[in-house]
Write a protein that binds this ligand. Structure first.
Ligand code: PHE
Length: 337
């Protein structure tokens, strides 16, 4: 029987090598190692052998059965891998899939452009909390509890002392508390006010704050910095003007206008015939604010400014309704690249 087993192994090897399909594999499996297969038949025939021959034959047959089974499993695996490859097959001549690429939100574009411009002028970027203490949002900015300036900046209160910040100006105080002059920072982010929604108001919007404190900082520095910013954001031909404006944390305070890009100051429908467009609040940091953070107000002076990112975007891109920024209509959003 030993010879027979040897031949069987050869025969099996040949059949296995000739295998082409899974179906054939099942047939061969049945033929060799199945319940009524060749190996099973031979095992039955062991009884016809002499008692001396039986153990060796049994051992060899079990061994070969195991051998066949292993080889069949291996082959089966090869088949399933090929099947998998078939499914993953890529036709490189097929037209590619078109991915719809997103665009950066226009407000984000303005924030990034503004940050870049001020980084170029030696400012650094700082970030602050949107959930803010009343102290930083108002108190330390010269706006005590009973101050009328609070009326136009009503907010969403978490507790009587904690609110959603109404402006980025608290970052002036937070920055000065943490570092001594010279200070040159800008800080951009979301702000919140209890405003009714219309084409120029949304309860959430973005502000960009700037602050510079050092010895000998004057209004001229503020004008220079804002002029440079406007030229880079809106175009070289733009000029700015300062009008007196009141903010409790600056003295003197100003509203800054940029010349209208359409009529260049002559007056047209887009600038309400004035020739100017209001873009930000600004001024020289109030000595009291400096003192409250422990700065020597005799030695140091500074300027600060704050602008609405949506407003800048509206002016730059000619958008007439602030609500468009938050409706997430991709027909609107994909226009800004
Ligand atoms: N935070 C002010 C506002 O929201 C703007 C401002 C900032 C004015 C800095 C002066 C200086 O109206």
């Amino acid at each position: 029987m030993e010879k027979e087993i040897k031949n069987l192994r050869e025969q099996f090897k040949k059949s296995l090598a000739a295998l082409k399909t899974r179906k054939e594999l099942l047939i061969i499996e049945n033929e060799y190692t199945g319940r009524k297969g060749i190996v099973a038949q031979m095992l039955k025939r062991i009884t016809s052998l002499t008692p001396e021959e039986r153990p060796r034959a049994g051992q060899l047959l079990n061994q070969i059965k195991k051998e066949f089974q292993d080889a069949l499993i291996k082959k089966e695996k090869e088949f399933s891998q090929e099947g998998c490859r078939e499914e993953e097959y890529i036709d490189i001549t097929f037209p590619g899939q078109n991915f719809i690429q997103g665009t950066i939100h226009p407000v984000e574009l303005i924030l990034k452009a503004t940050e870049d411009i001020f980084l170029g002028m030696g400012f650094t970027i700082v970030d602050g909390p949107e959930i803010e203490l009343d102290y930083y949002n108002f108190e330390a900015l010269n706006i005590p509890k009973d101050h009328p300036a609070r009326d136009v900046q009503d907010s969403f209160y978490v507790t009587p002392d904690i609110l959603l910040r109404t402006q980025t100006s608290p970052m002036q105080v937070r920055t000065m508390e943490n570092q001594s002059p010279p200070v040159r920072i800008i800080s951009a982010g979301k702000c919140y006010r209890r405003d009714s929604i219309d084409n120029t108001h949304t309860p959430m919007f973005h502000q960009i704050e700037g602050l510079a404190v050092d010895e000998d900082i004057s209004l001229a520095d503020l004008k220079g910095v804002i002029t440079e910013f406007c030229k880079q954001i809106f175009g070289k031909d733009r000029i700015i003007r300062f009008r007196p404006g009141y903010f409790p944390f600056v003295e003197p305070g100003a509203e800054v206008d940029v010349s209208c890009g359409l009529c260049h100051g002559k007056g047209c429908s887009s600038c309400g015939n004035s020739g100017w467009l209001e873009i930000m609040g600004a001024g020289m940091v109030h000595p009291h604010v400096l003192e409250m953070v422990g700065y020597d107000a005799e030695k140091y002076t500074g300027f600060a400014f704050g602008m609405g990112a949506e407003r800048i975007a509206m002016l730059k891109y000619g958008i007439n309704d602030i609500r468009l920024f938050f409706e997430n209509d991709i027909r609107f959003l994909t226009q800004f690249k």
